[in-house]
Ligand binder design. Structure first.
Ligand SMILES: NC(=O)c1ccc[n+]([C@@H]2O[C@H](COP(=O)([O-])OP(=O)(O)OC[C@H]3O[C@@H](n4cnc5c(N)ncnc54)[C@H](O)[C@@H]3O)[C@@H](O)[C@H]2O)c1
Length: 448
């Protein structure tokens, strides 16, 4: 599949996965041969907090594709959403999860339940860090959605509670599980690119329609775009870059510099959709339409992250990995020294597919068809949720652990601080407290 086709499919799949409504019930059991499982010996008991479109999609994914998962409790502020999620469980498994919808802190009662092993959190971003900390305090494994913890304090608290409780934390950064991203990861680890030293990642996704509800009332995404600024949703770009450049596994991010355009597009859209006199048109957005962060690492490498939720263009999540012996650019192809030779005159890109036979990651080689059938951003959600369940089943540190979650979240507050200082270089915290210097310090975690 060409990169262009891949991008188009991914956008469509992103939109589908973001729109899990009542129709999700119809999908139950339709996507997987494992939908009516024999009960395995040990059931993994999950509580889900936040059952909006994303949380309900996770419920569907687990019900369809994880025979050893039982969803024992669901929580949301909105009763109809709790009921919808509970009905999905009842319909496929015949069990009734406990329901929590009595206010903002009722989720703590879910966390305290004896029949919950792990908590999956898919609430608005400003809750993710807080809820993860509370789940750990209650002695539960936890996973949270992107964009994860929002402040440095939350990141440290998450690490502290993780260490105190001995429980596991996984960031549900699904884009790391993409076929191409994982294949490049494998190629990097096998030395195909030589030493990797520069990477680009992005999340440029026109989400202007999500800033207001259909009546023109601002949503939490709109409030974030209005009240904050910087690279607020960096993980879809960051995750792959950090895995390729061995961040926290022999290198670390030391500083960040960010630039941002002024905001135009969200306001323009609000005026066009709701009229110049509407409440929506009076909103004064602080986030600009295009945000770029440059991150330098301890080993003299560099990462660039582009971010926009308002740009007028089709969905574009592009990546680039540069090493001493080659380069992959998701928009152009791959170029390897080995193929061209150091003095070669052939300087054209090759399609990545040419190397698929040799380097495709086993997750995709073995379970790719199952993942695509399961759906969810083209199958990446399948692998992500499989890893979350495996983390609890095997009680092992996941591939994307609490240290990755904290480091990748740190772009959120460091980019903001850099903008406050007119693009100045801002130091980034070392959440591993120096452990990153040993490339093997996390060798016991799940191998990907
Ligand atoms: N990884 C991805 O590809 C991806 C895709 C979409 C969304 N997301 C993330 O998933 C999360 C949810 O997204 P969404 O589109 O479903 O948002 P949403 O706003 O539609 O749903 C969030 C739900 O959380 C509930 N909630 C809010 N505060 C709560 C509280 N204190 N206790 C219990 N429930 C509470 C809300 O009532 C709502 O139903 C966000 O963090 C978003 O960034 C990730």
């Amino acid at each position: 599949m060409s990169n262009q086709v891949h991008s188009r499919a991914t956008r469509r799949q992103f939109l589908q996965a973001g729109a899990v409504g009542g129709a999700a019930i119809a999908m139950l059991g339709a996507t997987s041969a494992t939908a009516s499982p024999q009960p395995p010996e040990r059931q993994i008991r999950i509580g889900v907090i936040g059952v909006g479109p994303r949380g309900r999609w996770h419920v569907v994914n687990m019900l369809n594709n994880c025979p050893d998962v039982t969803i024992t409790a669901v929580c949301d502020l909105q009763e109809d959403r709790v009921k919808m999620a509970a009905d999905m469980v009842k319909q496929t498994r015949g069990t009734e999860p406990a329901s929590y919808c009595s206010g903002e802190f009722d989720y703590r009662n879910l966390c305290e339940r004896d029949d919950v092993d792990g908590v999956l959190i898919a609430t608005p971003v400003y809750w993710l860090g807080r809820m993860t900390v509370d789940a750990l305090k209650a002695g539960k494994h936890a996973s949270h959605e992107v964009a994860g913890a929002q402040t440095e304090e939350e990141c440290w608290e998450m690490i502290e509670q993780k260490e105190k409780s001995g429980k596991r934390v996984m960031l549900l950064e699904n884009c790391c599980y993409g076929d191409e991203v994982m294949m490049i990861y494998r190629m990097v680890r096998q030395g195909v690119f030589g030493e990797p030293y520069y990477a680009e990642g992005s999340y440029v996704h026109n989400c202007r329609t999500l800033l207001f509800d259909p009546q023109g009332k601002i949503t939490w995404r709109g409030e974030l775009w209005r009240d904050s600024y910087g690279s607020a949703y960096p993980q879809h770009g960051m995750g792959a870059n950090c895995k390729w450049l061995e961040i926290n596994d022999g290198d670390r991010m030391v500083s960040c510099q960010t630039m941002m355009t002024s905001p135009r597009e969200a306001h323009r859209r609000a005026v066009a959709q709701f009229g110049p006199d509407s409440e929506a048109a009076q909103v004064d957005f602080k986030t600009g339409d295009f945000v770029t962060s440059l991150i330098s690492t301890a080993k003299g490498r560099m990462i660039r992250i582009d971010y926009s939720l308002t740009c007028t263009r089709p969905y574009s999540r592009y990546y680039l990995l540069q090493g001493t012996q080659g380069c992959w650019d998701s928009r152009s192809g791959i170029f390897l020294d080995d193929h061209a030779g150091l003095n070669a005159t052939d300087t054209s890109w090759e399609p990545l597919e040419k190397y698929q036979q040799q380097y495709q990651h086993p997750y995709w080689r073995n379970d790719g068809a199952e993942a695509v059938r399961a759906g969810g951003h083209g199958g990446i959600d399948y692998h992500c949720i499989q890893d979350f369940v495996k983390m609890i089943r095997e009680d092992r540190e996941p591939w994307i652990d609490v240290f990755d979650a904290a480091a990748w979240s740190s772009i959120i507050f460091c980019s903001k601080l850099s903008l406050d200082r007119q693009g100045a270089r801002v130091e980034m915290p070392d959440f591993t407290r120096g452990k990153w210097q040993d490339p093997d310090w996390r060798k016991d975690r799940m191998v990907v």
